[in-house]
Write a protein that binds this ligand. Structure first.
Ligand code: UDP
Ligand code: MG
Length: 139
């Protein structure tokens, strides 16, 4: 059953480029409510565990070192049809292929440093939110 929740991270490039405020504004303007939010930095081991599902893919090593290179913002979001609507809001993985007006088109520089994560299913949104947040950290 759809939970109407998704999970996002503002990735190290978005944080270091000063885009936290701009991206959160786009998220709020698109009608998402913040359920939980945390500013933190992932150890390589933690980033590796989060992206475990990609461990056979050629970019895994680069992705893990990149995602542990600086602080990130982890966020659980709520909205009707959250998973699909958030994927639409962020745009394609490769920012050169992302639609105009999407977060990745506006804020991302490359396919690896692409500003934001977005869950791809209700099941993964649950798993990813649980990775970062306890029940007491959700409102
Ligand atoms: N990624 C990469 N090279 C690729 C594909 C993906 O560095 O060729 C990175 C990128 O940061 C992406 C993440 O791996 O966001 C996860 O890949 P996925 O295919 O799940 O893309 P997403 O769901 O983030 O659009
Ligand atoms: Mg994905």
């Amino acid at each position: 059953m759809a939970t109407n929740r998704t999970f996002t991270m503002l990735k190290p490039d978005a944080v270091s480029n000063g885009y936290i405020g701009g991206i959160l504004k786009m998220i709020n303007d698109a009608g998402f409510r913040i359920v939980a939010m945390k500013y933190t930095k992932l150890a390589a081991e933690t980033a590796g565990a989060f992206y475990e599902v990609h461990k056979e893919r050629p970019f895994y090593g680069e992705l893990v070192s990149y995602m542990s290179s600086g602080p990130i913002v982890a966020v659980i979001l709520e909205k009707e049809n959250a998973i699909a609507d958030f994927r639409t809001l962020i745009g394609a993985t490769d920012p050169t292929k992302a639609d105009a007006g999407t977060i990745r088109k506006i804020y991302a520089k490359s396919i690896s440093a692409n500003a934001v994560h977005g869950s791809d299913s209700d099941e993964n949104a649950q798993i990813e939110g649980d990775f970062f947040f306890s029940k007491l950290e959700r409102f």
